[in-house]
Every structure is written in C-alpha cells, then in structure tokens.
Design a protein around this ligand. Structure first.
Ligand SMILES: Cc1cc2nc3c(=O)[nH]c(=O)nc-3n(C[C@H](O)[C@H](O)[C@H](O)COP(=O)(O)O)c2cc1C
Length: 395
C-alpha cells in the first residue's frame, strides 16, 4: 500500500502539528529497531532486515536532524521571546534538558549508525540491544516531554503570524521555500505603525522636567524594559561623535545624572568638549526623548553618596576596571578584581576617577509615534532667563 495514503503529513501552516507528526514517524523508526533486534538473530541480514535498517538510517540521518534544528533554532527561541511568568520559568528549566537530550541522542545514534550501515549493506548482523533500548527510551521520554509542555505552550502563546513564521522557517530548512533574504536586507521590511497615543503642545507641561517626569512614570507603569537606560553621545576633539548606553541615576531641575569612569572614552571626550546629547527610547510606549546640553561633574559629596549606595562588588569593579582601556584577557580583569578586593576589603572608597556627570539641558524634545509616520514632536528650548519655550516640529 502506498505509504502516503495513510501517512499524510499536516501542512506547514500548522507547524506544531508537523512537529508532532515527526514524533509519530520517530516512534515508527524506534519500533522498527525493536523488530530488527528480534529479526536479526533468526534471519540475519536478509532483504527485509537490510531494507528496515536502510529506512531507519535514512530517517535518523536526515529528517531527525531537521526536526531537532526546528526546535533548537526556531521553536525554542520563539517561545523564549514570548513566554512570561510561569511559562518562562518552565521554559528556562526545560530548554537545556531538551538541548542536552538532542546531544546525547546524537551521540547514541553514532553507535547505532555504524551497526545499521553494516546491516543495510549486508556485511553485518550486530545490533546492540542495550544501545537500542537506551536510544529508544531517551527518545520516547524526550518526545513525551515536548508533547506535554512545549507543544501546548506554543499552541497557547503563538499568534497566527508567529505560527506562520515558524512554518516558513521549517519549510526553508527543508528547501520547500527559498532561503530568506539576508537579515541585513530584510531589515528594510520591518515596519511598525504607531498609534497608541498623541502629544499635543496644549496638553504638555510648561516645564520639560515635569513633562519628562510624567512620561518616566508612565514608562515605569508600562513596565518598559530598562526605562532608565539612555544613549549618551559625545564628540572627540575632531568633532567625531560616539554613543553608548548608560543608566540615568537622577533627574531633577538641575539636569540628568549618570555615573561612570572619568578616564573612560566618554569622560575624556567630555573633558575636551562638555556638550552631549542624551536619548531615551521607550519602545513599548512608542516614545523618544532627546536631551541636549552642557555636561558638568557632580560634586564629590554627591558622587560619594551614590558610590557608597552601590553593592560592594559594583564598587570593587569600579575600582578594578580602567574603563575603556584595552586588557589582554578576561582572566587579567578577574585577577585585577581579586587584587582590589583583597586590598580594599569591605569598605572601598570612591576613586577620584569615578563619579557623576550631569547634563544640564538646553533642549528637550518629546516624540510620540503616530499613524503613518505622522508623528508628534514637541521641543522645549531653554531661554536666557532660565525659562522654557515650546514648539511643535514636523515629523
Ligand atoms: C543597559 C546598559 C547600561 C549601562 N550603564 C552604564 C553606566 O551607568 N555607566 C557606565 O559607565 N557605563 C554603562 N554602560 C556601559 C557603557 O555603554 C559603555 O560600554 C561604557 O561606559 C564605556 O563607554 P566609553 O568607552 O564610550 O566611555 C551600560 C551599558 C548598557 C548596555
């Protein structure tokens, strides 16, 4: 009977069903191995045995690998991206076990592969009972684990678009769809329309620090990822800019403060040219805030106070690291840390080269994403008398 008639695979538009279907085929191959164990002592490597060994070889050499790759490269990373709370915890515990199973099963397969190749070409009749049992048991447990946790989780958590994405990746892996364009080209297709909120110059606060505080509180409430992370751009003596992320540790009427190493690249650049730009991007709220102004150092008392509030290991790290200077290896870095920890013990003092920078704003722009790239932008500019004017800008 034509095998396709009773073994029709589900479509790739149901990728989880395809993965389960693969499990069905793996179970069949495992059953064939069991039958071979009984068959070989009685009949040797006869035609039936050779055919059966060939079929098992073919499946585990190719299809099983593709199946593992589906899980390792697509299903698990996609689940990791969407799972939260209990699901995330389950996944965190389960994913390493699944990956280890794949490795161990691959290693066991290597032993079986040699024996089955000899049976398939009629030159051998040896098939290790214990290896077959271990291989089979491991696979059965493994599939059971996946079917009882990962598959239902994917069915629950994936949107139709994510299902389609998984299905397409699985088809590409099998050559059914052409390979995706390089990520560097596909990036142009990433498009998101914004429309959560609006920003009206008549509704914003008169004072940009108050407006920033309002938005910061909303970012906290929306559980934006690291809302206090901001880009800091500085320029070198030739006017060439460089940017990096730091954490804002305080903001108030005086400005926006972060802590760092004064001898770092940014520290040196700010010494030469004290003007900088800060940038917040709160993706979840479709908001950006740009802040420009002059940078000054915080007072020694302020830097001490913040330094002493940090966990001990962070304080020791700040002393041990000559931030932005090259070092030969991680081991050298750890070695420096150990030296510092031995030398300073539990009460390290803030080193002179470490402290706060405060950007005193002269211009603050609030950007709210709107539909079809018709965004809202309101910019505040500091006046000579210290007050602020505000103005809408075109998107
Ligand atoms: C999320 C995040 C937070 C960071 N926070 C700080 C910080 O508060 N202070 C700091 O000096 N570096 C921080 N860094 C590291 C900087 O981005 C940068 O690597 C380092 O300050 C050296 O920059 P430079 O060589 O341009 O001076 C952070 C990096 C990230 C990704």
């Amino acid at each position: 009977m034509n095998e396709l008639l009773h073994d029709t695979a589900p479509d790739f538009d149901q990728p989880v069903a395809v993965l389960k279907h693969c499990h069905g085929r793996i179970r069949k191959q495992l059953a064939t191995l069991e039958k071979l164990l009984v068959h070989l002592p009685e009949h040797g490597a006869d035609q039936q045995a050779r055919q059966a060994a060939g079929a098992v070889l073919k499946y585990f050499e190719k299809a099983a690998h593709l199946h593992h790759e589906d899980e390792e490269q697509d299903l698990i990373p996609m689940l990791r991206a969407v799972a939260q709370g209990e699901d995330a915890a389950t996944l965190q515990a389960l994913a390493p076990v699944i990956l280890q199973d794949h490795k161990d099963m691959d290693a066991m397969w290597q032993d079986l592969h040699e024996q089955l190749t000899a049976i398939a070409d009629g030159s051998g009749t040896q098939l290790s009972n214990s290896t077959v049992q271990r291989f089979s048991q491991r696979y059965l447990n493994h599939m059971e684990r996946e079917e009882s946790t990962m598959a239902p989780m994917a069915m629950r958590l994936f949107s139709p678009q994510q299902m389609a994405q998984l299905g397409q990746a699985m088809q590409r892996r099998r050559g059914i769809l052409p390979p995706a364009a390089a990520i560097g080209e596909r990036v142009a297709d990433l498009r998101k329309d914004y429309g959560q909120a609006s920003l009206d110059e008549s509704e914003v606060a008169d004072d940009p620090i108050r407006q920033f505080t309002r938005w910061f509180e909303e970012a906290l409430k929306a559980e934006v990822n690291e809302p206090n992370a901001m880009g800091v751009s500085t320029v070198d003596e030739q006017g060439r800019p460089s940017s990096r992320i730091v954490l804002v540790k305080q903001f108030d009427e005086r400005g926006f403060t972060w802590y760092t190493n004064y001898d770092s690249q940014k520290g040196k650049q700010l010494n030469g040219n004290p003007f900088a730009a800060l940038l917040f991007f709160w993706s979840e709220l479709e908001r950006q805030v740009r802040i420009e102004g002059r940078v000054e150092r915080t007072s020694a008392e302020e830097s001490d106070k913040y330094f002493n509030s940090r966990p001990l290991k962070s304080r020791l790290s700040a002393i041990a690291s000559h931030q932005s200077a090259p070092i030969a290896s991680r081991a050298d870095l750890e070695h420096n840390y150990e030296d510092v920890a031995r030398q300073y013990g539990e009460t390290p003092q803030r080193p002179q080269h470490w402290g706060g920078f405060r950007l005193v704003p002269e211009r603050i722009e609030f950007w709210q994403g709107r539909r079809s790239r018709f965004h809202d932008r309101v910019v505040y500019t500091r006046q000579e008398d210290g007050g602020w004017t505000r103005q809408r800008l075109q998107p």
